[in-house]
Design a protein around this ligand. Structure first.
Ligand code: HEM
Length: 464
């Protein structure tokens, strides 16, 4: 009996203690006019619920508090906006104090000259330099033929193989970006780079706890090793009079560009290109293959488009700009994949000063999660939103509607949009004209917080 009473008393104390902590944490962040919501536990906030419930976390909160609410996730007090009009306003008004608000680990590991870490005139300069490397005219004249060449290598000899398409598209995305940046290095340099890059990637998405053994620490070490690899290549290039036809040479020799970057800026710029174009391109490619497998009519229409292009060519003739521009249905498949799989759930911003948005007070330095996922499933914009229907994108006006944020918006609109679409289109061209495939295993695909197949997505591939 006494033991029972002691247990009851202890439980009561624990409940009271937890309640007091939660209340204290709420009061600590409560300010007049701040959006409604809850802040969870000190330090941890509502991270666990956010990651566990994913899109349902947003739906439940929206049902309770409306489309703009406060919470505490990813280590800081955060306002989440699922309001399309407010999201548009935030994306279009960086100059009013709504700058990128990506987590510290990402900024530390990608470098202080990384495009997401800078704003104002520095952002304009870094972005201008980046655009000079990957603008549509550069893709047309220089990059497309290389993407074609290396895509053929990536998709060579798969007949009869069982492949993990997730691994295949990851390798493809990294290899091609690396080759566009550094075209001539030996394969051992690429292998060393690839090993470090995967650690950098994991580190950038982990908590910034810098102890040996943590992902953050490993990611930070990987950054140092990548810097060493790049510094050696830059040194070799400077010591040689030979020109190389790649992005690094453009940056180091400042060819045709009014943007002159320091070595540190050059290295951060190359890491940015590799990092930003990696998961977006690889996951979209994987999901396109998945949706095409599940929708034979769409696959047939896509194949027809690509065979039409191929039939007018000799076997080794590369895809040209006019071919790429004629891939209307491919383009629609890519947009529908981006929408339905929601490759990008939203973007992060932070306030540089206290401000009022939609009648709410947003304190200085709070993060804003511009959550754009819901708009992808809006039945007014996209009738039968859960159906894979690439044909809807043949109406070109869909791409330019007010709330189409598949590639972001405003001054941060994805500068790699065209390069990403070119790479995925080229991937689809060679994959569907060379092969047919069957899924084996019926493996699970997670859609939140990122789109991934935790155990891979295995396909049996045969010659077409
Ligand atoms: C399907 C492919 C892609 C998708 C869906 C995508 C999506 C996005 C989105 C949503 C943003 C906005 C981020 C923000 O507002 O904070 C963005 C920005 C960015 N993307 Fe992409 N992206 C893709 C491919 C690429 C590629 C291939 C590159 C490589 C060059 C790239 C480089 C960047 C960079 C550097 C930014 C930051 C721009 C800035 O801060 O000014 N992206 N992308």
């Amino acid at each position: 009996m006494e033991v029972l009473m002691a247990v009851c008393l202890l439980s009561l104390w624990v409940c009271f203690f937890c309640f007091a902590i939660l209340k204290w944490n709420e009061m600590r962040h409560s300010r007049k006019g701040v959006p409604p919501g809850t802040m969870g536990w000190p330090f941890f906030g509502e991270n666990a619920e956010f990651l566990r419930q994913g899109p349902d976390f947003m739906k439940n909160k929206k049902a309770r508090y409306g489309p703009v609410f406060k919470t505490h996730i990813l280590g800081c007090p955060t306002i989440i906006s699922v309001d399309p009009e407010l999201n548009r306003y935030i994306l279009l008004n960086e100059g009013k104090g709504l700058v990128p608000g990506y987590p510290q680990s990402m900024l530390d590991i990608l470098g202080k000259c990384n495009i997401s870490a800078v704003y104002g005139t520095t952002h304009k300069y870094i972005r201008g330099s980046l655009l000079s490397l990957i603008a549509p005219s550069t893709i047309k004249d220089q990059l497309l033929s290389k993407v074609d060449k290396y895509m053929r290598i990536c998709l060579h000899n798969l007949d009869g193989e069982t492949i993990d398409i997730q691994e295949q598209t990851n390798d493809m995305a990294l290899f091609i970006s690396f080759k566009l940046i550094v075209d001539t290095e030996s394969s051992s340099v690429y292998d060393a780079f690839k090993a470090e890059f995967s650690k950098l990637l994991i580190g950038s998405l982990s908590l910034p706890i810098n102890f040996p053994g943590t992902n953050y620490h490993r990611g930070f070490q990987a950054r140092k090793n990548i810097i060493k690899i790049m510094e050696q290549i830059i040194k070799k290039r400077r010591a040689s009079s030979m020109n190389h036809d790649d992005m690094l040479d453009n940056l180091v020799r400042n060819v045709d560009s009014k943007y002159e970057l320091s070595d540190e800026e050059i290295i951060d710029q190359t890491i940015t290109i590799l990092y930003s174009g990696y998961e977006t391109v690889s996951t979209t490619s994987m999901m396109a293959i998945k949706y095409l497998h599940d929708h034979p009519r769409a696959l047939q229409e896509l194949r027809d488009e690509h065979f039409m292009i191929q039939n007018g060519k000799k076997p080794e003739e590369p895809i040209e700009w006019t071919d790429y521009k004629s891939m209307t249905f491919t383009h629609a498949v890519i947009f529908e994949t981006l929408r339905l799989a929601t490759i990008v759930n939203g973007v992060l911003r932070k306030t540089t000063k206290e401000m009022k948005l939609k009648g709410f007070v947003i304190p200085k330095e709070w993060r804003i999660y511009v959550y754009t996922r819901e708009i992808n499933y809006d039945p007014i914009l996209y009738p039968e939103p859960l159906t894979f229907n690439p044909w809807r994108w043949l109406d070109k006006s869909l791409e330019s509607h007010r709330y189409c944020f598949l590639f972001g918006g405003g001054s941060r609109l994805c500068p790699g949009k065209e390069l990403g679409i070119v790479t995925i289109s080229t991937f689809l061209h060679y994959f569907v004209t060379r092969y047919r495939w069957e899924e084996i295993g019926g493996e699970e695909i997670h859609k939140f917080p990122r789109v991934e197949a935790p155990k891979g997505l295995h396909l049996k591939v045969l010659k077409y």
